[in-house]
Design a protein around this ligand. Structure first.
Ligand code: 5GP
Ligand code: MG
Length: 180
């Protein structure tokens, strides 16, 4: 890895906790009693999804949880143009209300690919929820239905997001500063 540090906290733990609870309450209101199939995009969504589902449980919302792996080829902090479905979800989504959960919406390629795929499998309704959104980076026109926090065009880690597989364990979101 290049020389860098992650000392600058962009979103502290308490802010994440509060916003996740608000998102869960809002999504619950829109569901109107229906149950939900949650599809987390691995690996970045794991921590956000884990907090979100516990909040859904507190609101009495029934969920089934599955995961998809989508890979966009590229290196370092830049993604390439191609998205590949490396692992599909196992739950039959036909006729279901689906919520796709991801860590961050950047170019829009990953989520638009995921939504198209789930619709092609016959999902009744596919909505999307992201913790972070970098609107200035969009390449594919795409907006998420639920957004935790908009962020500027900086590289962020923590709360599931990595740099070269490190820092996913940070309980907060930090900005990466490259020092080399
Ligand atoms: P998109 O397909 O929208 O360009 O890419 C979304 C994916 O790019 C995210 O799921 C995440 O894996 C990665 N990504 C985009 N921006 C960042 C960032 O600032 N930090 C990290 N760690 N990953 C990012
Ligand atoms: Mg990701």
């Amino acid at each position: 890895m290049e020389p860098h540090h992650v000392h600058d906290v962009l979103i502290p733990e308490t802010d994440l906790e509060g916003r996740v609870a608000e998102l869960a309450a809002g999504i619950g209101r829109d569901l109107d009693g229906r149950e939900l199939v949650l599809v987390g995009i691995l690996r970045g969504s794991f921590m956000f999804l884990a907090d979100l589902v516990r909040s859904f449980h507190r609101h009495g919302i029934r969920t089934r949880i599955d995961f998809m792996i989508l890979e966009s080829y590229g290196s370092g902090t830049e993604s390439s143009g191609t998205v590949r479905l490396a692992r599909d979800c196992s739950i039959d989504v036909a006729g279901q209300d689906v919520l796709v959960v991801d860590d961050i919406l950047d170019t829009g390629r990953t989520l638009s690919h995921a939504v198209r795929h789930l619709e092609s499998r016959g999902a009744l309704r596919v909505r999307t929820c992201v913790l972070l959104d970098k609107p200035s980076r969009r390449v594919v026109p795409f907006e998420a239905d639920y957004v935790g926090f908009p962020v500027p065009d900086v590289f962020v880690v923590g709360y599931g997001l990595d740099y070269d597989h490190y820092y996913r364990d940070l309980p907060w979101i930090s900005k990466v500063t490259f020092t080399g």
